[in-house]
Design a protein around this ligand. Structure first.
Ligand code: ZN
Length: 347
């Protein structure tokens, strides 16, 4: 099984897109024992390289280190912080959240303020309050005090949620998108001791704002095959139609046939489904859904890279707390390992 302790550390770290330092430090440390070299490129992608046999295919694994979050936009005269959103966040989940504002002097606790129901008008209760009408209260009495506390324009803000394993199989926490992909990648590298392929395990930056780290790292590496380890919407919750989100929890990793950014390469898709069947690993398929992963950018590197996403079903992604099954994580690792071992037969 993937180490729960490793997943917990990764999820509790702050890595709002463009500010992935805490996660980067962890990823360097976690990859080190299982690769020949760990390097970092100019944008901050962490690249663990495990040398394989001469002339064997080069494989790039990608797990994005960044998460969605907020960014301080202005500090009001009264000391409240107005913010911008980084990545896709539903305004309705912001209200009353506990947050951490990452300043140069360290993190500050805050809450996203809202008007109590007692003083709301009838119409106000029915309407969604958009993010630009909300503010973060850090307890500062003025703009000056907020500045003295260390707040600067552009400081990142993350949801103040801690990881918890709520049963043997189920975990809840912040930033499973995509720290669970990072954890699965490290675990896969641990199990890939003897393989022909040279493997590049890449912790990418800025996926949530357009897969920017995957774009540059794939250009540099120019692999023969790309596999993005990410999460996908688990739609097995009340009110969701199967056609909108067919992936379910505990049914294994979901292979993305198509999304908004990518049409998976048929050879890579076949490699994955055959590896799953041969090793009796459950998997799901999803097609025609919005969204995208690093695979959509890896595939466009230079003359093109055959790629696919292997996604861990996760409920409530892009909200402060999500939920997943550790068995799905284990099956994702198994499939990744089995597929990489088969790559020399295909490419
Ligand atoms: Zn993701």
């Amino acid at each position: 099984m993937v180490s729960v302790e490793m997943l917990e550390k990764l999820c509790n770290a702050c890595g709002v897109a463009g500010r992935e330092e805490e996660v980067r430090i962890l990823m360097r440390k976690m990859l080190k024992p299982y690769v020949d070299e760990v390097r970092e490129d100019r944008l901050g992608n962490v690249i663990g390289i495990k040398e394989g046999e001469k002339n064997a295919p080069k494989v790039m694994l990608a797990g994005h280190m960044d998460e969605i979050g907020l960014l301080v936009k202005t500090v009001s005269k009264e000391g409240y912080l107005q913010f911008a959103k980084i990545g896709g966040i539903d305004d309705r989940v912001l209200l009353a959240q506990k947050v951490l504002v990452y300043t140069e002097k360290g993190p500050l606790h805050g809450i996203i303020g809202s008007k109590p129901p007692h003083i709301q008008k009838e119409e106000e209760r029915k309407k969604v309050i958009t993010y630009d009408e909300l503010f973060i209260d850090i307890g500062a009495a003025s703009q000056d005090e907020a500045k003295k506390m260390g707040v600067r324009i552009g400081d990142v803000v993350e949801f103040d949620v801690k990881f918890a394993a709520i049963s043997k199989d189920i975990a809840i926490g912040k930033a499973f998108d995509d720290r669970v992909g990072c954890a699965a990648m490290v675990e896969a590298m641990k199990r890939l001791e003897n393989t022909q392929c040279t493997i590049y395990a890449v912790g990418t930056v800025q996926e949530e704002v357009g897969a920017r780290g995957a774009t540059t790292s794939a250009f540099g590496i120019y692999p023969d095959v790309g596999l993005a380890l990410d999460v996908t919407v688990a739609g097995d919750i009340p009110g969701v139609r199967e056609v909108d989100a067919p992936t379910k929890l505990k049914k294994g990793p979901s292979l993305t046939v198509t999304d908004s950014l990518h049409i998976s390469h048929p050879k890579v898709l076949r490699l994955l489904t055959e590896a799953a069947d041969e090793n009796k690993i459950p998997y799901q398929l999803e097609a025609g859904l919005p969204g995208g992963t690093d695979a959509g950018r890896i595939t466009l590197a230079r003359e093109g890279v055959p790629s696919c996403s292997i996604c861990i079903p996760t409920r409530y992604i892009h909200s402060p707390t999500s939920l997943l099954s550790l068995t799905d994580v284990e099956n994702t690792v198994k499939l990744t390992v089995a597929a990489i071992k088969k790559i020399p037969k295909y490419f």
